[in-house]
Design a protein around this ligand. Structure first.
Ligand code: MG
Ligand code: ZN
Length: 348
């Protein structure tokens, strides 16, 4: 082919276009995942974790506005929207004003968005990215706000909050924008603009009970889908049940859920390294269980976890960052600043 000035101009135009593509954000939250969870998970996995591949690390203050010990609603709201709020509240600041989340801000900029959770999709952590409710328990209202949101793709539990409701509405059959699918291959192959995969009727099983799909397979399918689109994307991925293992004070539950989350981190790292226009952050909303490693077996790297509570604690939690703008995430700072840092990266 002869390269005419016109074709040359076209090539330059498309190169500039691709350079201008805005930053993809992968925001991973290990619910209830403090340093002891990470340490025990690492030892239990033969003394290694994918988190060792990060070079930018920080520590996050997690308190809510009314308690040193936060819950997932208040902490989720702080990370997603940059404001402190009371425990149990999602998407409102202290004046009762609705706040916009980083996912919604990205949507306004023309991004695609996705959510993956190993809980129901209306649970506090994912809900913090799209809902505004006075109580995290208002699952039916959260489901309504979910279908009215701009979210393009999701993988998570909680089908019955959409189709077995006290108002007798069926948000699945009355919704004509989402295509609902039953497995990951349908999720990937669907050409619909919005695709959702309900993995369970209420809360998904634990890994110990045989939960499918694995979080790593879910994020793989989600990234494959988002990668084929012209638009940049925002993706939130939650390992929800690390927290539930902590509440239950059951070491095997916690460790198996951490492993599932760690494998998903491995997939996100591969994507981020192959796509330098991507920012990957991994953090937690709070620590759960007041866990400590008081003993263990050095020969087999078997940790022995002890718990001091069945609730959350106020310990700082680590944050790990990689890719575009990662350097902004080093240091010790408040969870609300995660939102501010993401906003300033998007503004560049
Ligand atoms: Mg959660
Ligand atoms: Zn919890």
């Amino acid at each position: 082919m002869k390269v005419t000035p016109f074709i040359l101009a076209l090539i330059i135009f498309f190169q500039l276009q691709s350079q201008e593509k805005q930053t993809n954000i992968i925001f991973m939250i290990g619910d209830g995942t403090g340093l002891s969870q990470i340490t025990a998970g690492m030892y239990a996995n033969g003394n290694k974790t994918n988190l060792e591949q990060f070079s930018v690390i920080g520590l996050i203050k997690t308190h809510s506005s009314d308690n040193l010990v936060t819950d997932s609603a208040a902490s989720g709201t702080s990370m997603a929207s940059g404001v402190k709020t009371k425990n149990g509240v999602i998407g409102f600041d202290l004046n009762g004003t609705e706040v916009s989340s980083i996912l919604e801000d990205c949507e306004k900029m023309g991004y695609n968005s996705g959510l993956i959770a190993t809980s129901s999709i209306v649970h506090a952590t994912p809900a913090s990215f799209y809902a505004n409710v006075s109580s995290r328990r208002l699952y039916e209202e959260i489901a309504l706000q979910f279908v009215e949101s701009e979210i393009d793709y999701f993988i998570g539990g909680g089908r019955e909050h959409f189709n077995k409701r006290t108002d007798n509405r069926n948000l699945i059959t009355e919704n004509n924008s989402f295509k609902f699918v039953d497995n990951l291959s349908e999720f990937e192959s669907s050409q619909n603009e919005r695709v959702g995969y309900f993995t369970s009727d209420l809360e998904p099983k634990s890994i110990l009970e045989g939960r499918e799909p694995k979080l790593a397979n879910g994020i793989q399918s989600m990234l494959a889908k988002l990668d084929t689109k012209e638009k940049s994307f925002f993706l939130m991925v939650e390992g929800a049940q690390i927290d539930w293992g902590g509440h239950a004070n059951i070491e095997n539950y916690l460790l198996s859920e951490f492993k599932d989350f760690d494998e998903a981190i491995g997939i996100a790292i591969q994507y981020t390294k192959a796509n330098p226009n991507t920012l990957l952050i991994v953090t937690a909303d709070h620590e759960t269980g007041g866990t400590a490693l008081n003993s263990g077996d050095i020969k087999t790297f078997t940790p022995q976890l002890n718990f001091t509570t069945k609730n959350h604690t106020a310990s700082m939690v680590p944050i790990f960052a990689m890719g575009k703008g990662a350097e902004n995430f080093a240091g010790i700072y408040d969870n609300t600043l995660i939102y501010n840092k993401l906003k300033s990266i998007l503004a560049q």
